[in-house]
Write a protein that binds this ligand. Structure first.
Ligand code: SF4
Length: 269
């Protein structure tokens, strides 16, 4: 058995008995190896501290790796570094958005063997071959509460994709609108998805923020107007930015539908 150790918890961190966040606890289960998994560059130092801490409590191999350490990732093993239910069927992305680490770390798109799961965490699933997408959709027909959390690139949404998505039990499709130049393609994609029957509650949209309050708020409002539920995310480069309280509050409001729906009502009055 492999113990997996994470410097910090996210909503993707596994929660089984062999998964730990931070330092070793008093009781450690029998194991064959320990893997320290570092997802964020700002956790690298903590990752190496944990490597030493965990080495001091075992005579088994202790390794460190993960996306932040340039590990492009191999075959996806469900439940190992991400919670059960999450699956990754491809790595990389053929695009080159200037604020994104994915192409640098993982390269162009690589299709992986398809492991079952209801939450697709691929960076850009629609950039895969038609054959791969069809196989992923076949697997998803066996799943409930299907979520495309890694991101559905608006420019790649077609009538055929929308029709195929309708054949699944979709809980949420996560689109993205990280710059104002993407509003047009988002609007087109949402129209296709709405025509196929998807409603606002299905259509979530990541919105990168953190540079210009006015532009960011206008973009968030536009995303809502187009028909999605926006989800604001503060931009984080390799060296973590410590945002002031105003930005954190702004992000918190715009990542909670109940909070921003109330706000939108107040500015309309
Ligand atoms: S499409 Fe998404 S994954 Fe690909 S480079 Fe742009 S932000 Fe990154």
């Amino acid at each position: 058995m492999i113990i997996r150790v994470f410097p910090s918890r996210t909503n993707m961190t596994p929660i089984d008995d062999y998964s730990f966040v931070g330092s070793p606890s008093l009781f450690i289960p029998e194991h064959d190896e320990i893997h320290i998994s570092v997802a964020f560059t700002w956790d690298i130092q903590r990752g190496y501290e944990l490597l030493n801490e965990w080495k001091s409590v075992t005579n088994k191999p202790v390794k460190i790796g993960g996306p932040a350490l340039g590990d492009g990732g191999g075959e996806y093993i469900p439940g190992r570094y991400c919670k059960t239910g999450i699956t990754i069927t491809s790595r990389g992305c053929p695009n080159n958005c200037k604020y994104c680490f994915v192409p640098k770390r993982e390269g162009k798109i690589r299709e992986l063997p398809i492991a079952a799961g209801n939450i697709i965490q691929d960076n850009n699933i629609l950039a895969c071959s038609r054959n791969h997408i069809s196989k992923v959709f076949e697997m998803l027909k066996t799943q409930k509460e299907v979520e495309f959390r890694g991101g559905v690139e608006p420019a790649r949404v077609t009538n055929k994709i929308a029709e195929d998505l309708r054949g699944l039990r979709i809980k949420s499709l996560w689109l993205a609108c990280d710059t104002k130049n993407q509003i047009k393609s988002l609007s087109k994609a949402v129209k296709i998805l709405q025509d196929a029957g998807f409603k606002r509650n299905h259509l979530r949209c990541y919105v990168l923020i953190g540079d210009d309050f006015t532009e960011n708020e206008n973009r968030l409002l536009e995303v809502y107007k187009i028909g999605c539920l926006p989800f604001a995310q503060l931009y984080q480069p390799e060296t973590k930015i410590k945002y002031p309280k105003e930005w954190k509050d702004f992000c918190r409001t715009w990542s909670r539908p109940a909070a921003y729906k109330t706000y939108i009502r107040t500015i309309k009055e």
